[in-house]
Design a binder for this molecule. Structure first.
Ligand code: GUN
Length: 284
């Protein structure tokens, strides 16, 4: 039997409507949420991402600002730009688009962002809060993936969850979120031995590897929930980490690519920005 589809298009559209309502309420109280994106260089994938962020701000009524910097920008210049945005009362969320050019220190730049304006949740303060189970900003992609599971009413407590990939952007925070939901979590990576033995145990399988069609049907437990975080460009087409056509015949639930988790990232970024704007009002 073919799997149920977790429809990122529909779920993100609903979430954006909720965010737009919150933005309207904030505006009525005199605050327009503002999101600033810093883009260093002109990586084509990043350009698309930044454009979609701008569109999302427009759809939900937020202020959007894009700061473009040359690929040979210095660390000092980047951090000075972040400082300016930290001090700007019109900006509630700051995002430094990754990856940065190799000569720049990514973590140093990210930790320059005020933790309360860090809508990506990449500041070490927010990373620590997530690890400790304390309230903080949670990275958009894993938060969006979890939101999809929850909005479909999928039970998580006590389930075996396997995350493939250990990046700071997706794999590690995804593992933390699933642990918070009382899953038993295994994180697999490029040095994992017998990957298939692990993935076949998974009730919830999350792939964040960045390799097209890496997850094949023989790696999936029948009835499992398969979450594909991969966005791979092959011959001008966007393809996930999961071999969708094969795996959908085995899985119980599956996220498509495109139209899956990717849609949730932007919606969650907008939601995190609305949270940040609400926090400023609650502090006053
Ligand atoms: N590049 C790819 N994904 C992301 C993300 O979620 N945030 C930022 N800042 N850069 C990214």
């Amino acid at each position: 039997m073919a799997a149920n589809i977790l429809d990122g298009k529909a779920i993100s559209a609903e979430l954006k409507v909720k965010v737009a309502e919150r933005v309207a309420a904030l505006k009525a109280r005199g605050v327009t949420p503002g999101l600033a994106v810093i883009l260093v260089g002109n990586d084509p994938a990043s350009e698309i991402y930044v454009r979609n962020k701008g569109k999302g701000c427009e759809e939900t009524g937020m202020l959007s600002r894009t700061v473009r910097m040359d690929a040979d920008t210095t660390q000092e210049a980047l951090e000075a730009e972040i400082e300016k945005l930290n001090e700007d009362p019109d900006i509630h969320g700051i995002l430094v688009q990754l990856p940065l050019p190799k000569h720049l220190n990514e973590q140093a730049a990210l930790s320059r962002i005020l933790p309360e304006k860090d809508v990506d949740g990449f500041h070490l303060m927010n990373v620590g809060r997530l690890a400790a189970g304390a309230e903080g900003v949670v990275p958009c992609t894993p938060k969006g993936a979890l939101y999809m599971l929850q909005s479909a009413g999928i039970e998580l407590a006590g389930k075996e969850a396997v995350v493939i990939g250990r990046s700071n952007i997706v794999g590690k925070p995804m593992a933390m979120l699933l642990l918070q939901q009382n899953c038993t979590v295994t994180v697999c990576h490029s040095k994992t031995k017998n990957l298939k033995e692990h993935t076949r145990q998974a009730d919830i399988l999350v792939s964040a590897v960045g390799k097209p069609h890496f997850v094949t049907a023989d790696m999936v437990k029948p009835g499992a929930v398969v979450v594909d975080v991969g966005i791979n460009r092959v011959d001008g087409k966007v393809i996930g980490d999961v071999d969708f056509e094969q795996v959908k015949e085995i899985a119980g639930w599956i996220t498509p690519v495109p139209g899956g988790v990717g849609r949730m990232t932007i919606a969650m970024l907008l939601s995190n920005t609305a949270d940040a704007a609400e926090r400023t009002l609650n502090r006053e």
